[in-house]
Design a protein around this ligand. Structure first.
Ligand code: ADP
Length: 268
């Protein structure tokens, strides 16, 4: 614990400089604490799939299985844990790039209806397998958006995948409307919902409502953290509403046209 705070004795310029130094010192300390917490989380998250991989590889090596079916189950676990590990590494890399401000946006004309249809298509099979109704309510004659279409797709896909994953029965609905500030996308499900005490933290890295449940889904706990970062980059805002046992609703509002900042590569 490094306390580098300066005593403030006056209200003049030296006093305000001292205050600025103190604020900076508190911020730096918070950063240190967050960083070491994050590193602890990352190493824990990496160790878990690795211990599964090692454990089941040993089981197979030592022939500790009764029959072919059991062998298949263990091999499947090895396969899905490897996939999770790869996803985790890829997502961590993506998050750190975003946080360093190192992602480039490719702004283009985006037809909202086409984009939403293609995203829904991607989760259709999974939804059908679970017996869910997937529906779209897209307002007519929406204007063309000027934004990064691929990033927008990534955000919506993430929310839709979560909606399908965390819904056992009922419906997943995506609504798109023109609003005062731009375009509003809402992903609404009739799923498991999120307890109120977890709601403020769902966008935090590695925050999961129920660890065992999330693990079964193959989740990494980074999906919504990535969504939140991407939404920020696309100059939007996101809010979540949810009731345990009833369902969840993620609403995002994006400006119709993204402000063209220096780091944004405008292809038009
Ligand atoms: P994960 O990779 O574990 O899904 P996310 O960051 O995408 O991680 O989500 C964080 C947690 O928020 C999840 O573990 C899940 O418990 C909860 N969650 C996210 N979306 C939904 C949803 N639509 N319904 C219920 N719970 C959700």
């Amino acid at each position: 614990n490094l306390d580098t705070r300066v005593q403030i004795q006056s209200n003049d310029e030296v006093g305000s400089l001292a205050k600025a130094i103190n604020d900076l010192s508190v911020e730096l300390n918070n950063y240190r604490v967050n960083r070491s917490e994050l590193l602890a989380n990352i190493s824990h998250e990496l160790r878990t799939p690795i211990s599964y991989l090692k454990g089941y590889a040993q089981v197979i090596k030592n022939g500790q299985y009764e029959n072919e079916d059991e062998l298949k189950i263990y091999s499947n676990i090895i396969e899905s844990e490897s996939e999770r590990l790869a996803k985790l590494i890829q997502e961590l890399f993506e998050l750190s790039k975003m946080e360093e401000g190192m992602i480039k946006l490719y702004v283009q004309s985006v037809d909202i209806e086409d984009l939403v249809e293609s995203v829904v298509q991607k989760v259709q099979l999974k939804g059908q397998e679970k017996g869910l109704i997937l529906s779209m309510e897209i307002e007519q004659n929406l204007p063309i958006m000027q934004t990064d279409g691929l990033r927008l797709e990534q955000i919506l896909l993430n929310l839709l995948e979560n909606a399908v994953n965390y819904t056992d029965k009922g419906e997943v609905n995506i609504q798109v409307n023109k609003v005062k500030k731009g375009i509003q996308f809402a992903v609404i499900d009739t799923g498991l919902g999120i307890p109120p005490e977890d709601l403020p933290f769902v966008f935090d890295r590695f925050h999961r409502v129920e660890k065992s449940r999330a693990r079964q889904m193959g989740g990494t706990g980074l999906g919504l953290a990535i969504v939140a970062e991407l939404v920020k980059h696309l100059q939007g805002e996101i809010i979540v509403n949810s009731k345990l046992g009833e369902g969840s609703e993620f609403r995002i509002i994006f400006p119709l046209t993204i402000r063209n900042e220096s780091e944004i590569l405008d292809q038009l």
